[in-house]
Design a protein around this ligand. Structure first.
Ligand code: ZN
Length: 345
């Protein structure tokens, strides 16, 4: 038996339960979780918002950001061994659909996400398909290893087009927005403007390397970004907020011919001036989902090994899994960074 943080029934909250250690298929491995981290998606599941209610089928152990050591491997698994320090790509693609067959498994049309569609990592053990395991370079510390999933979102977004020498606006400075600032700086961007309404997060944006940290509640951010770019607008917009007004402002900051990479998820359809902000501008607009399998993981490892990417300001509390309620209430208050959960205390 093991400890697991479970959504046992529809509704708010979660239960710490004792459940059987997962069994593994011949192509899977069992990982003993060392540290897990809480994602915004986990907060949605905890709160049981309309998206969770439509997607998640309790009972479910949630959580999808983690690192740990392999405990056991299935009979058909090669190249991995008990004791290996690993994380995993938690989007499990089907390998058979048209999109997988044309080499874009990160947007597989039959994706199943570990921690959302099957039992995840807020537990002492998690079962993972061997193909999704990512062995962690020994140069990467445990706290960084636990957040490779969201860091991969940031790396995927920043490197979805040219970045070296480009001016950048990061709109929305939650954890992935903050990581994007550090990644864009490490990759040689020029002026980086961070836009965020929460003062605590805005201060973190400056610590992560933003040249300008702008609060749209206090400043005309479009004018400020234009001024910082000699009236032209930024080369690259990284949209991390999902907020309709912020998305509109972000596109107004983008220069003609610029690149907009959108990762933030609006909860409603967004009204948008397609003519002024995309068509006449000749803008390139990309949706960003997940991490490229496994190009993003290779890039992320290289960046971390280069030691040019510091995410230290992002980490806040480290708590045992038993204290999950405290962790979620800190996150609800809006001032916590990445909280690490430890199943084994
Ligand atoms: Zn597929």
């Amino acid at each position: 038996m093991m400890k697991a943080l479970r959504k046992t029934a529809p509704g708010r909250g979660a239960c710490l339960e004792s459940v059987p250690v997962p069994s593994i298929a011949p192509s899977e491995v069992l990982v003993r979780v060392r540290a897990a981290s809480i994602c915004g998606t986990d907060i949605h599941i905890y709160d049981w918002d309309p998206w969770s209610a439509s997607r998640v089928k309790p009972p479910l152990t949630f959580g999808h950001e983690f690192c740990g050591h392999i405990e056991k491997i299935g009979a058909d698994v090669h190249g991995l061994a008990p004791g290996d320090f690993v994380s995993a790509e938690m989007h499990v693609n089907c390998g058979r659909c048209h999109i997988c067959r044309i080499g874009q498994p990160h947007i597989c049309q039959n994706v199943r996400i570990i921690g959302i569609d099957r039992d995840g990592c807020f537990a002492e053990f998690v079962a993972i398909p061997a193909a999704n395991i990512w062995k962690i370079d020994p140069a990467i510390p445990e706290n960084y290893a636990a957040i490779l999933d969201p860091l991969g979102n940031a790396v995927h977004t920043v490197l979805a087009g040219a970045i070296a020498g480009c001016s950048v606006a990061v709109v929305g400075c939650g954890p992935i927005g903050l990581m994007s600032i550090a990644v864009a700086k490490a990759c040689g961007c020029s002026t980086l403007c961070a836009i965020e309404i929460n003062p605590h997060r805005l201060a973190l944006a400056a610590q992560m390397g933003a040249d300008l940290a702008l609060n749209p509640g206090e400043t005309d951010v479009v004018a400020a970004v234009r001024e910082a770019t000699a009236g032209t607008g930024v080369d690259v917009l990284l949209e991390m907020s999902g907020n309709p007004r912020a998305i509109q402002q972000g596109f107004q900051m983008l220069r003609a011919g610029g690149r907009a990479s959108l990762l933030g998820i609006p909860s409603q359809p967004v009204t948008f001036d397609l003519v002024a902000d995309i068509i006449f501008k000749g803008a390139t607009v990309q949706g960003i989902y997940g991490r490229k399998m496994y190009e993003t993981w290779v890039q992320m490892t290289a960046l971390l090994k280069s030691r040019r990417l510091s995410l230290d300001p992002l980490f806040s509390e480290r708590v045992s899994l038993d204290r999950f309620e405290e962790a979620f209430s800190l996150l609800h208050a809006g001032n916590a960074g990445k909280i690490l959960l430890y199943p084994k205390t």
